[in-house]
Design a protein. Structure first.
Length: 435
């Protein structure tokens, strides 16, 4: 009972901050469904969105697109089994006239319904119903804007938050290196592959992007005067600032979880080693020492540890250390070539790349290094980056010819291509942007 009451308070708070109208104590009833200790997918039916008979066709097309994007987002989230009822069976989804028995016969626990109102403003009302208690969970009006996909992602994220208490990742983007002739430019794309935008056009190579914690900066590497330097791109001002230009290689920058620090590999003192610096490039301090090459740092979500690549034993392997450089321990022992670590935001897994049979494949390991699972198997798959919820991975693969960006779930399922370019490399998943 205490767990249900706590969930009631959380759900009430969520409805208030997102502007959802709560129906009398219904959140407490819904809590009985979702407050269990085990994570099970919610069986969610999504009705056709209701529109008046005289609605313009262009608006009907947009409403259909909004519904389809919401469905795609919720299915991808792994929180829901989206149920599509038999098209020959038309159950009422009109408010006050919900066919609870009909919708419940589909096996769904929750119904998402919507209706369009065209008055001074055009609004879409989203409504959620508990099919077992036969009561409404809540509703919210959304004013339609020109950016229907952005609105759809926002609705999906708020539905996820209301029904699961978790933050969605539908309002995120992926930064990457986009091949343009002989150059590689910095670019971004929505998590689902839409709205690709090139950020730079100066030529040369823009490599290894990484987002700051709030999405305002993207750190990356680029050559100037034959020196590989670290820069940041300001996503609000569309400006570039130089961060590090020490002699030699300054590469693979990684923002700390709080955005105050950057870890990177620098070679100005001899071999490439891992250094920490403030986010503006000041207060540089060295973490690794020796004759080996250390590169590709990635932060633990606590900000207290860093995984990185070192060839100190003769071949590249993944290691973990404290952020002061102490307590170094080896993570990978299987495979002679392991690179590109990426620490899950959940803290439990590290994705990395291992050479298998002459190709590069993506693996995940627990943080003790005792369990590894291979996630990809076709041609070359490289440079994994986690979604902010730790449930999905973006990576670059040449399985269809050019290197393109692909998504998969944390266990390797659901692999699909999201870009179609002349080459896409080094993806970095953004934090939640909430545009």
């Amino acid at each position: 009972m205490k767990k249900i009451f706590r969930y009631f308070l959380v759900l009430l708070f969520l409805m208030l901050i997102f502007g959802w109208q709560k129906i009398k104590a219904q959140s407490e009833i819904w809590a009985k469904i979702t407050a269990g200790a085990t994570r099970q997918r919610i069986r969610l039916a999504i009705a056709d969105f209701y529109t008046e008979v005289n609605t313009p066709q262009s608006l009907l097309d947009n409403i259909l697109e909004i519904r389809n994007v919401i469905i795609d987002d919720l299915e991808f989230s792994l929180y829901f089994d989206v149920i599509r009822p038999d098209s020959t069976k038309k159950f009422s989804a009109i408010d006050k006239k919900i066919d609870y028995q009909g919708w419940q016969s589909t096996g769904a626990q929750v119904l998402l319904a919507a209706d369009l109102q065209i008055k001074k403003r055009t609004n879409l009302t989203i409504r959620l119903y508990d099919l077992f208690t036969r009561k409404q969970i809540g509703s919210k009006n959304y004013e339609l804007t020109d950016n229907y996909r952005a609105l759809s992602h926002r609705i999906a994220d708020e539905v996820i938050k209301i029904l699961t208490g978790e933050d969605g990742i539908n309002q995120t983007q992926i930064a990457f290196s986009l091949r343009k002739g002989n150059a590689k430019e910095l670019a971004i794309v929505d998590y689902d592959g839409y709205n690709l935008k090139q950020l730079t056009d100066a030529g040369g190579l823009k490599l290894f992007p990484d987002w700051s914690h709030n999405g305002q900066k993207i750190a990356f590497c680029s050559y100037a005067n034959n020196n590989l330097n670290i820069y940041t791109y300001d996503t609000k001002r569309a400006t570039i600032d130089l961060i590090v230009d020490k002699y030699g290689l300054n590469t693979t920058p990684a923002y700390s979880p709080d955005g105050k620090l950057i870890a990177a590999s620098l070679s100005f003192e001899g071999n490439s080693d891992i250094y920490l610096m403030n986010a503006d490039g000041k207060n540089l301090r060295r973490l690794t020492f020796g004759n080996s090459i250390e590169i590709s740092p990635t932060w633990s979500p606590s900000g207290q540890e860093i995984a990185f690549v070192s060839d100190r034993t003769g071949t590249p392997q993944i290691y973990i250390m404290n952020i002061d450089g102490t307590n170094v321990r080896r993570l990978t022992f299987e495979g002679a070539y392991n690179t590109s670590p990426a620490w899950s935001p959940r803290g439990d897994l590290i994705a990395y790349v291992s050479r298998v049979g002459g190709n590069h494949q993506i693996f995940v390991s627990d943080i003790t290094g005792t369990n590894q699972v291979q996630l990809t198997h076709i041609r070359n798959n490289e440079e994994p980056s986690w979604s902010p919820d730790g449930l999905h991975i973006v990576f670059s693969s040449n399985r269809d010819g050019n290197n393109e960006l692909y998504l998969m779930h944390w266990n390797g399922s659901g692999q699909r291509k999201i870009t179609n370019t002349a080459g896409a490399f080094s993806p970095a998943w953004s934090p939640r942007l909430g545009r």
